[in-house]
Design a protein around this ligand. Structure first.
Ligand code: HEM
Ligand SMILES: *[C@@H]1O[C@H](CO)[C@@H](O)[C@H](O)[C@H]1NC(C)=O
Ligand SMILES: *[C@@H]1O[C@H](CO)[C@@H](O)[C@H](O)[C@H]1NC(C)=O
Length: 518
């Protein structure tokens, strides 16, 4: 997900000089000394805004140097590592064309703490364009301003708070049982009884099944031996959409009639929308039938949203499609990285296993309440998201001109918050390349780190609405898997680096042995 937030060449080096059109408005000097002027108050001549340097003086690479690093040296697929290289070279702020990269905890805090009522990640982008071209409403990811605010207030319900997420533990555990069955089946048919190849692929099916079960209250059957055709089509469409998006983003608009990418991109979205529309309509028909026959309507997420009657049909289609998209690759890759790190560290795996069994012994299925007594399990997931934050950058544009780190940043400038570099910073996380869940556990060993140094779910009112569901899902799934299986990496597995493909994915397939625990 989150393609709109990626920085691509066309937006890095737009032909026009001025990046903002940003005259007018008032000026805000960010925290620590928040000063605001209205448009007609004279600005004192010794104010930070006057002494600050213009945006064009922020250091940065030339077009050719950027091209060389990205496409010759290949950092286009390692944009997260590129953050660290640039941070070391330029310090807290650097420019890529007219985009400003921010890699300093205090500056990131300044940006985020003063965002307004309607935080915005970016201006125009290809997701928004697709909605316009096809005459669709915006969903939660693509909407802005008051429209976004209204949707968000409605969709936050039954999602945002931990107690609300706990509503879904039953369904998550059901889907997790099917995953365990599938793992047993996979390793028996094609893994000499132990091995499952490319676990991420299986986890994508799993997280798709789980998020659909949560949102639609239906089971799709993604974990069956043979996947239903329309579900398979949806999964393929997601991949096609992301792949063609990269090209559409890089290439100028006039190539759209000549090259296949734009057409592929639109068709992939059509497939995804068709899927969501069918599922929503089916649910709606069920509700109507229940009401007609005088039965009470029961259900969790979608039923609740539909029954509230506060969203138009079109808004529901788009929001459900975007929630589905937001909930698959993110959780699947987080789970993949967590399993990979646990398989690499048998001692840690054993400690987590013992913790789980001490709270939830024998044949018991762990509950949301049990999880609160499993600090090591939770720390393992925090550490996974520190080392492999699936969304490695934050994106924001601000509504006002600001001074940041001594530079004037005109309103609407695209800012990229380098969360990956920050969560690999030696000062906050000593030996950042080591996987050490103990960093997150209160006690002697725990070092204080800056509160904005690891932000896997973003920040504030525009932060991830699926956070609590994702945490619950990842924690319950890990607890279940570790209880059943001892994990080992395929012998001969070398270090598996991360690759930026919208989210951080493993560059090579993770092949895992699942050995039964007795
Ligand atoms: C480990 C799993 C996940 C991670 C790391 C993650 C991370 C993020 C991040 C970093 C953002 C941007 C926040 C910001 O700009 O401040 C975001 C937004 C979003 N996420 Fe997640 N997410 C995860 C799971 C989910 C799930 C399960 C869902 C669906 C239930 C979901 C739905 C969304 C939506 C709809 C948005 C856009 C919200 C808005 O613009 O108002 N995410 N997520
Ligand atoms: C079957 O096993 C081979 C290696 O033994 C592997 O390359 C392949 O991906 C496996 N197929 C499936 C469907 O897991
Ligand atoms: C492994 O699974 C991922 C996710 O589905 C997929 O993109 C990738 O191509 C797969 N790799 C191999 C070697 O099959």
């Amino acid at each position: 997900m989150y393609p709109m937030k990626r920085s691509l060449l066309m937006r890095w080096f737009p032909l026009r000089k001025d990046c903002s059109g940003g005259k007018g408005g008032h000026l805000v000097i960010l925290h620590p000394s928040v000063i605001r002027w209205s448009a007609n108050t004279p600005v004192p001549s010794d104010s930070p805004a006057v002494t600050a340097k213009p945006l064009q003086e922020i250091p940065g690479r030339s077009v050719w140097s950027t091209f060389y690093w990205l496409f010759i040296k290949g950092y286009f697929h390692r944009l997260h590592r590129f953050q660290i290289i640039e941070h070391n070279k330029f310090g807290p702020l650097w420019r890529t064309g007219n985009i400003v990269n921010v890699a300093d905890n205090n500056l990131i805090e300044e940006v985020l703490r003063q965002e307004g009522k309607y935080p915005m990640r970016s201006g125009e982008n290809l997701w928004k364009e697709q909605r316009k071209v096809r005459g669709l409403a915006n969903g939660l990811i693509t909407a802005e301003g008051e429209e976004w605010y209204r949707l968000r207030a409605l969709l936050n319900k039954r999602m945002l708070r931990p107690q609300e997420a706990a509503l879904y533990q039953g369904i998550i555990n059901q889907v997790a049982s099917d995953l365990i069955e599938r793992i047993r089946w996979l390793r028996s048919v094609n893994g000499s009884g132990v091995m499952v190849h490319n676990i991420t692929k299986e986890l994508q099916r799993y997280t798709f099944e789980a998020i659909a079960a949560i949102l639609f209250e239906v089971r799709l059957g993604c974990l069956q031996q043979k996947i239903p055709e329309d579900t398979q089509k949806f999964i393929e469409a997601v991949t096609t959409m992301f792949r063609s998006l990269v090209y559409c983003d890089l290439l100028p608009k006039w190539t759209r009639n000549w090259l296949p990418f734009w057409k592929q991109y639109l068709m992939a979205w059509d497939t995804m929308f068709d899927f969501a529309i069918k599922a929503v309509d089916k649910k709606m028909a069920q509700i109507k039938e229940c009401l007609a026959t005088g039965q009470s309507v029961e259900g969790q997420y979608l039923t609740y949203i539909l029954a509230s009657g506060k969203m138009s049909q079109s808004e529901i289609y788009s929001s459900i499609t975007e929630l589905l998209l937001g909930g698959v690759d993110t959780t699947a890759n987080t789970l993949s990285w967590a399993l990979y790190c646990l398989a690499k560290d048998p001692e840690l795996q054993d400690s987590v296993f013992r913790e789980i069994c001490s709270i939830s012994p024998a044949e018991q299925i762990p509950t949301a309440q049990d999880l609160s007594k499993m600090p090591l399990l939770k720390a393992t997931i925090k550490e996974t998201l520190r080392m492999y934050p699936v969304v490695p950058s934050g994106f924001r544009t601000l509504e006002t001109d600001v001074v940041l780190g001594g530079y004037n940043i005109p309103q609407r400038t695209q800012l990229i918050l380098c969360h990956y570099a920050m969560s690999h910073n030696e000062q906050d996380f000593p030996s950042p390349h080591l996987f050490q869940p103990a960093r997150w556990i209160r006690g002697a060993e725990r070092l204080k780190h800056h509160p904005f140094s690891s932000m896997p779910f973003g920040y504030g009112v525009r932060g991830c609405p699926g956070r609590r569901i994702a945490e619950l899902e990842v924690q319950l799934t890990l607890a279940r898997l570790l209880k059943h299986f001892q994990l080992k990496l395929d012998s001969g597995t070398e270090e598996i680096p991360a690759r930026t493909r919208i989210v951080l994915i493993p560059e090579n397939p993770i092949n895992l042995q699942f050995l039964d625990r007795h």
